[in-house]
Design a protein around this ligand. Sequence first.
Ligand SMILES: *[C@@H]1O[C@H](CO)[C@@H](O)[C@H](O)[C@H]1NC(C)=O
Ligand SMILES: *[C@@H]1O[C@H](CO)[C@@H](O)[C@H](O)[C@H]1NC(C)=O
Length: 657
Amino acid sequence: MRLCGRAAAVRRRVLCLWLLLLGFALVTLALSDLFNRDRDHSHQNPAPPRRPLQRIPSAPDLEVIVDSWDPALELGVDVAPLKSLQEDQLLFVPSTQGTKNPTQRKGTYKVILPGVIKGTTAPPARTHEEIGKQVRLHLEDKEKDDELSAVQKYGFNEVLSERISVQRRLPEARHPECLGEQYSESLPSASVVICFHEEAWSTLLRTVHSVLDTAPKQYLQEVLLVDDLSQHGHLKSVLSEYVSHLEGVRLIRSNKRLGVGGCRSLGAARAAGEVLVFMDSHCECEKGWLEPLLERVAQDRTRVVSPIMDVIHWQTFQYNATQWPVRGVFDWRLDFSWESNPQLQEKDPDSAVQAMRSPALGGGVVVIDRHFFQSVGGYDPGMLLWGAEQIELSIRVWSCGGSMEVVPCSRVAHVDHHHLPYVFPDQEGLQRNKIRIADTWMDAYRKIFYRRDTLAHFIRQSESPNITERLRLKRSLGCRNFHWYLTTVYPQLYIPQDRPALSGELYNVGTGSCADLPRGQGLQGGVMNVAPCSGTGSQHCDLNSDSEVRWGPMGALCLDAEGEKVVVTPCPKHKPSSSSSSSSSSRLQWKFIKLSGQLVHQQSQLCVEAVKEGGLSQSSQGEANTRTSTGRLLLRPCTHHPRQQWHFEQLVAPKGA
Ligand SMILES: *[C@@H]1O[C@H](CO)[C@@H](O)[C@H](O)[C@H]1NC(C)=O
Ligand SMILES: *[C@@H]1O[C@H](CO)[C@@H](O)[C@H](O)[C@H]1NC(C)=O
């Protein structure tokens, strides 16, 4: 008990630290609120309404650069209402073609002419020497821009990317059966909306060119580039100039930061195609990617579809095809992932070419009927900058009458960022977006989320999201509840029980640390250890009524034993109680003795012990973890040693529905 008292003191200190951090966050919040109020106030005396299409000399919210090849298209576009942007804040700038001399540009760029471009994407006639040639621009200060700083700036190896053609061809990765597929002759037209913020030149242009080179002209209404307030010089007039010579490409600039959802909504409002293709600004489309997607949407306008997202490595820019079948999922921390799982494939010979229903779709490429997109509520305008908006869209589409699927005969590759080049000004933006999802869509199940994201819980305690409009939308569309979504759309998601005293961080009395799975072990599990208690909910686990200890935000990993080592492995698909005689499932069964704090492995009747590094380890492998303040979890004969005493500690107690 004395040991417990010491443990409690440690916990109190951790709690104090949390409260301190929370206090700081609140003060920051209050200040930024004050600032925002001031700013909002200044907007409350609007000038008399202006006519659309009028030029505003100072600080327009939006600037549209029209390419001159078909200005009528731009002016004739029916501008759908967009609440967040007033029409009188729009600014239209005529094409810069012919009016700007490239030599007058600021000296940060030089123009390199690698050769004549071929095929259908040749820009229309130009006024200068580069006529009919592909323009490629290089940062002049590239010499000092070594790979490391480029990686820091963009989240990938921009220096290497610059050396790769903006028109490279990816290898054929489609299933042979896809090549024989026939598509309707009268597919709907598509507007490809590409939002970007501080994107690197090479990746942005490679995205644009790959669309132009692969999408059949009769289906491609336009490529809409939407600049979400980029500051980098190469994305300014140089880009405008470049785009003005590309047929079928329009550039829209926003003068305020919109974030992914807002930026895509802006593009959608300006799009003329029947179908919207939202695409990240660092993609490479592969041959034949558009037709299968349009076909699925044409057959059912409430269907939202995605290609298979192949991976371009952020360091090597190597292309890696993703294995089919794959589908989009998310976990109880509301983090999205693609799940490549051969077991998902039925024994159906057609499954190589047949679309597969997907509980969610990633944000990389999303294809949706324009009218359905608007009627189902677009993107949530209350979401900040970046993060979780694709999960919100997914739950909403499914719950409100639509469906989602991955189409295997369509492939688009996406640069896999190792980190995001642009972070939230406040790290809590992502949490706030998730809070909106939890409170709008998850009903009582949101408690499961808040236990696994304690930062979100603390933010939610001090502020309420304004989801009035979204709840109204949900009501007016007659959307189904989250229970329906979980049972009908995503029955594979484990629903944690989170019983008090049997779930939470698994705290070890002897070491004062918590059971942990070292990062980078992936979905297949790995060797467990003890590490400093995170307090974030990332170490949450759940001892359920099937005697499994479920680990991880998906709840898909089970505490398991491998010799004397405690590991986590993927949980069996069927409930262990239905096959309790099998050795693999009894190996996954644990008993927690509350009185002694012992966690007993049922099959071996051994107890889980935390072994400090350099401590009592008798392991012959000697594969010591090099990190300090960690230790390993081993099965040992049961004793009453504090290193065998555990508590399941729930960090937060979210309010009910
Ligand atoms: C390609 O992806 C697979 C898994 O999807 C991975 O095992 C493999 O190492 C990757 N190859 C390269 C070259 O990145
Ligand atoms: C929430 O937003 C709605 C409109 O979106 C607004 O009418 C209402 O005043 C807002 N509520 C609060 C408490 O700010």
